[in-house]
Design a binder for this molecule. Structure first.
Ligand SMILES: *Cc1c(COP(=O)(O)O)cnc(C)c1O
Length: 369
């Protein structure tokens, strides 16, 4: 038995005829930039997130960068970010010339801890980026309360949580403007780099629409500075195929996660991400924390179970950022996840008997160790 941590070929095999068909149509029509498929994707994705607008862009990083830009984030500003996330969340802040201010994650749900945000707010703070980590959701009510009190913008990074809900409200619909990656390995991904912005704010939408395309909405008219961060029509076409399956794929992830949660719960030596009753996670990753990770990974590997680590090095210790943040006492949980975190196999198409096998192997390991 060999079980990969992620396997895109199962979902892609199942829909390959539809994908080939889209490629044929786009090639026949030669409509590559800002075409009908992109417009369709944007309206489908906005409806999915229950927002007024969605805007396809070239990556998750660009989605975050543009969202911050149109809010006016600039040099000298500070933006609150979770200590534990993918580094793109922080770098998008740096790309605006602003400073990412890390806040430690909650010891149980592993998303930004709202009770620690206020002490990091200064006169320079302009926005908070809650990251919906591993498919779960941040405590959005508490974050909204802090943001309202201090008049800060919220930019959700829901790259890992397309379809998740908090109190039955969709991920990607909470912030003033929100950003997600559609990288191939996310819950919904293109066949290459892609990203999306969502918002209910018409002004922000129009600014983002311009910024994505050289500051231009009308051909040959450039009203403001911009970049080229458009989502390819071809990638949008592939995403239109995949959007039909996203809810089913998310349900499969939930089923797998429920088996893991039930079977691994009795093992006192490991920790799992707590998901409160008002949250529906879409389980982008299923991460457990274990002591002596190297030994554990070697054991799993020997049993044909492949794993991954999200992420092995705290961002504040990365060469790019370590000069800014010295005190590691603030980030004990972040340190712990980087040191002990193991992402188990989870993907649509992973068979229930494979999940049971993985749980048995893990149970046996902890009986012996
Ligand atoms: C994947 C990811 C990104 C970056 O997305 P790209 O499309 O690779 O630029 C940003 N934030 C989070 C939380 C992610 O998981």
């Amino acid at each position: 038995m060999l079980i990969p941590q992620n396997n895109l070929s199962i979902i892609h095999d199942a829909i390959k005829d539809e994908l080939y068909e889209k490629f044929k149509v786009i090639l026949a029509e030669n409509e590559f930039i800002l075409g009908k498929e992109l417009a369709q994707f944007e309206s489908t994705f906005a409806a999915f997130c229950n927002t007024k607008y969605a805007l396809g862009v070239s990556s998750g990083y660009d989605a975050l960068f543009i969202a911050l830009k149109v809010l006016g984030i600039k040099a000298g500003d500070e933006v609150i970010v979770p200590a534990h996330t993918f580094i793109a969340t922080w770098m998008a802040v740096s790309a605006c010339g602003a400073t990412p201010i890390p806040v430690e994650i909650h010891p149980q749900n592993w998303t930004i801890d709202p009770s620690l945000i206020e002490e990091k707010i200064t006169s320079k703070t302009k926005a908070i980026i809650p990251v919906q980590l591993f498919g779960s959701m941040c405590a959005m009510s508490e974050i909204e309360a802090v943001a309202n009190k201090h008049k800060l913008f919220i930019v959700e990074d829901f790259s890992q949580a397309q379809g998740a809900t908090y109190e039955n409200i969709m991920a990607g619909s909470f912030g003033n403007i929100n950003a997600a990656s559609l990288y191939p390995g996310k819950n919904i991904g293109a066949l290459g780099d892609a990203g999306v912005i969502t918002t209910n704010d018409k002004t922000l939408y129009n600014l983002a629409l311009q910024f994505r395309n050289y500051g231009s909405i009308q051909k040959n008219m450039h009203s403001s500075f911009g970049v080229n961060a458009r989502l390819d029509n071809l990638q949008a076409a592939f995403l239109n195929v995949k959007m039909q399956y996203l809810s089913d794929w998310n349900k499969q992830r939930m089923t797998i996660a429920n088996v893991y949660r039930e079977k691994l719960k009795p093992i006192s030596q490991l920790q799992m991400q707590e998901v409160e009753d008002n949250i529906q996670s879409v389980f982008h990753q299923f991460v457990i924390l274990v002591n002596n990770r190297d030994q554990f990974l070697e054991y799993l590997n020997g049993k044909g179970i492949q794993t991954n680590i999200h992420y092995p090095i705290p961002i504040y210790k990365q060469p790019m950022y370590r000069h800014l943040y010295e005190s590691s006492n603030d980030f004990m949980k972040t340190n712990e996840i980087c040191e002990k975190g193991v992402s188990l196999p989870i993907f649509p198409g992973l068979k229930e008997e494979e999940v049971h096998y993985i749980c048995e192997v893990i149970t046996q390991y902890f009986e012996a160790n």
